[in-house]
Design a binder for this molecule. Structure first.
Ligand SMILES: Cc1cc2nc3c(=O)[nH]c(=O)nc-3n(C[C@H](O)[C@H](O)[C@H](O)COP(=O)(O)O)c2cc1C
Length: 216
C-alpha cells in the first residue's frame, strides 16, 4: 500500500507569514506529509518583520519549523528555495496538491508568465501542467491591473485563487481566531477540514437569534 501522497506548502515573500506557520501546524497535527518550500523572499520577510533567520539548509529548516509549530506529528520535508532536483519539481512525483500561502505578487507574476526561476514557481508550474489542485493565496493591497491580470491568467490555467481575506460572521475573539479562519478556509478549497471553525449555519444558528427575535 503506497504511503499517502504529500501536500505541498509553498511560502513566498508576502507579509502574512503567521498564516503559513499556522497552516503547517494544522497539517502536521492532522498527520499529513508536508513538502515545504520557503522562497528566498519569504526568508527575507521573516528577517525584516520578526528578526528571525529561517535556515536555508533543509534539515535545519525542518528543525526550525518543528520548533516554531511545536508539532512532532506528521511528516515534514523541507526543500531549498532554488533546488529544482527534488521530487516536487517533477510531474512524476505524486502529490495531493499545492498551496502557496502567502503568495507574493512576484511569485504570482512569475508563475503566470511560466517563468520557473525557483522551486516554488517550478512546483506550481508542475501542478498546473498535471492538472492537480493549486491554491494561490495572494497577499497585497491594493491590486494593480498587472496583479489582477496575472491572477486571472492563473485562474484560467486552473489555479484556485483564495486571498486570505478575513470575515466577521464567525465572531472572532482574537487574532488567532482570525488566523484560523483564514487558514482553514484556504484548505477547505482542497477538501480538508483542519479545525474547529465557527462555520456559518444561517442566521437562525446564531446564539443570540432567539433573543433578537423576541426583542423585535
Ligand atoms: C517586510 C516585507 C513585506 C513584504 N510584503 C509583501 C506583500 O505583502 N506582498 C507582496 O507581493 N510582496 C511583499 N514584499 C515584497 C516581496 O518579498 C519581494 O517582492 C520578494 O522579491 C518576493 O519574493 P518571492 O516571490 O520569491 O517570495 C514584502 C517584502 C518585505 C521585505
Amino acid at each position: 500500500m503506497p504511503a499517502a501522497d504529500p501536500i505541498v506548502l509553498a511560502i513566498s515573500g508576502a507579509s502574512a507569514q503567521p498564516l503559513a506557520q499556522r497552516a503547517l501546524q494544522l497539517l502536521l497535527e492532522a498527520g499529513e506529509t508536508v513538502e515545504v518550500v520557503t522562497s528566498k523572499g519569504a526568508i527575507g520577510v521573516w528577517q525584516a518583520e520578526l528578526g528571525i533567520r529561517v535556515p536555508l539548509e533543509p534539515r535545519a529548516q525542518e528543525a526550525f519549523w518543528r520548533d516554531r509549530t511545536e508539532m512532532a506529528s506528521g511528516h515534514l520535508r523541507c526543500h531549498r528555495w532554488n533546488d529544482q532536483s527534488v521530487g516536487i519539481a517533477s510531474g512524476s512525483f505524486r502529490t495531493k496538491g499545492m498551496v502557496i500561502l502567502p503568495a507574493s505578487m512576484g511569485t504570482v507574476g512569475r508563475i503566470a508568465s511560466g517563468v520557473a526561476l525557483d522551486l516554488v514557481e517550478r512546483a506550481a508550474d508542475v501542478h498546473l501542467k498535471e492538472c492537480r489542485p493549486l491554491v494561490i493565496c495572494p497577499r497585497e493591497t491594493p491590486w494593480n491591473l498587472i496583479h489582477l491580470r496575472n491572477l486571472t491568467t492563473l485562474a484560467e490555467a486552473g489555479a484556485r485563487i483564495a486571498p486570505p481575506v478575513p470575515a466577521w460572521y464567525h465572531q472572532p475573539q482574537s487574532i488567532e481566531d482570525m488566523v484560523d479562519f483564514l487558514v482553514i478556509r484556504v484548505f477547505d478549497v482542497l477538501g480538508y477540514d483542519l479545525g474547529n471553525l465557527n462555520r456559518w449555519q444561517g442566521a437562525l444558528g446564531r446564539p443570540n437569534s432567539a433573543q433578537a427575535d423576541q426583542a423585535e
